[in-house]
Write a protein that binds this ligand. Structure first.
Ligand SMILES: *[C@@H]1O[C@H](CO)[C@@H](O)[C@H](O)[C@H]1NC(C)=O
Ligand SMILES: *[C@@H]1O[C@H](CO)[C@@H](O)[C@H](O)[C@H]1NC(C)=O
Ligand SMILES: *[C@@H]1O[C@H](CO)[C@@H](O)[C@H](O)[C@H]1NC(C)=O
Ligand SMILES: *[C@@H]1O[C@H](CO)[C@@H](O)[C@H](O)[C@H]1NC(C)=O
Length: 318
């Protein structure tokens, strides 16, 4: 083993020297390094339950993108449970969509893919179990990032206060110290993991991977301390005009119209509200920077950091 890896290493160094001499190091090699740097350890959670199709579609997409993903989410629909927490208990009537039998233990794993875990409790409890109990079976230390959702239904404006998807992302940020993103999608209803994947679910997963990879490529710290991202996708898929990932554009937004000073961008000194972004014709995805303690808008300075990190994928409203 050793001689082989040493020789591979030497060959790599020689290639780097050659590229440097050819003056192509900045363009070619740096983009290769940036791609390589994106392989991350990720804990995934939600509030619609571990067997809802959106979380499984995102799990598959992040895994396919090269990340090490551990899913830990409620056994049941826990939509709207905000920041509630409770000690997990036996699953009396079985997990949602018959994804585990009645009388199952308080926490459990899919025996053929133990990266898929349920916790019979709330989203915040689920993300804590994911980080502290399940993830250490696959990687050491905290995950690089926590992703929550994509939630079934948007979480716009004051709805962030009751959303379990946002509750879990906020707790990851301000209780566990891990950068976190809450993703929510306008289209769809709660759907079992084992049916044909709806097109909106694939689109939301692909867009979530795009934003996650862009944030990871921006380097550490991925987000300002104590903040989270609240990302909302507009209507998508068949019957809408947003049917391909390339149709969508990310726009920096604010959570509340009543928030004070925001960062200036797109020729305005005030960010558009996330509701106005998602409601604008043309497939606009809102990206708001939230304070994990209040769940409302972060400071203009914190928004400015995120604006720079995501610059390459951010657009302005028409
Ligand atoms: C999940 O819970 C929410 C909030 O209680 C409820 O509105 C929704 O209908 C539930 N979904 C299902 C499929 O039961
Ligand atoms: C468990 O994982 C297997 C293999 O990936 C899959 O076929 C099955 O549907 C999963 N079941 C649940 C409840 O996650
Ligand atoms: C991050 O913010 C929390 C409060 O949100 C604070 O307790 C902690 O000391 C901060 N950590 C760093 C490294 O600044
Ligand atoms: C990510 O999204 C941006 C903006 O919508 C797009 O230009 C880019 O091609 C996407 N990248 C990937 C890898 O999907």
């Amino acid at each position: 083993m050793l001689p082989r890896s040493r020789s591979a290493y030497s060959r790599g160094s020689f290639a780097i020297e050659t590229l440097r001499m050819m003056h192509v190091l900045p363009s070619v090699l740096l983009s290769l390094l940036a791609l390589r740097a994106q392989a991350a350890n990720i804990v995934s959670t939600n509030d619609d339950g571990w067997a809802e199709i959106n979380i499984r579609t995102l799990y598959n997409a992040l895994t396919k993108a090269g990340h090490s993903v551990v899913l830990s989410a409620p056994a049941e629909n826990e939509s709207g449970t905000g920041s509630a927490e409770a000690t997990p208990s036996t699953v009396t009537n079985g997990c949602e969509f018959s994804s585990c039998p009645a009388g199952s233990p308080a926490t459990g794993s899919n025996s053929s893919d133990t990266r898929l875990n349920y916790v019979n409790s709330y989203p915040v409890t689920s993300v804590k179990y994911g980080v502290q109990k399940f993830a250490p079976n696959f990687f050491s230390g905290n995950p690089d990032i926590v992703v929550s959702g994509p939630n079934v239904g948007a979480n716009l404006g004051s709805t962030v206060q009751i959303s379990g998807t946002v509750g879990a992302a906020s707790a990851a940020s301000n209780q566990l110290g891990i950068p976190a993103i809450a993703f929510s999608g306008t289209t769809g209803s709660q759907t079992a993991w084992d049916v044909a994947t709806p097109d909106y679910s694939t689109l939301y997963a692909d867009l979530s991977v795009n934003l996650t990879n862009t944030l990871l490529a921006s380097g550490t710290p991925y987000l300002p301390n104590g903040t989270y991202l609240n990302v909302n996708f507009p209507s998508a898929g068949s019957g809408t005009s947003c049917t391909a990932a390339a149709d969508f554009k990310f726009v920096l937004s604010r959570i509340l119209s009543t928030s004070g000073t925001t960062v200036s961008t797109c020729g305005s000194d005030t960010l558009p509200t996330e509701t106005s972004v998602v409601d604008t014709d043309g497939c606009y995805v809102s990206v708001s920077v939230g304070d994990a303690s209040t769940k409302n808008d972060a400071t203009a300075d914190q928004q400015s950091v995120v604006l720079q990190k995501l610059e390459s994928i951010l657009s302005c409203l028409p």
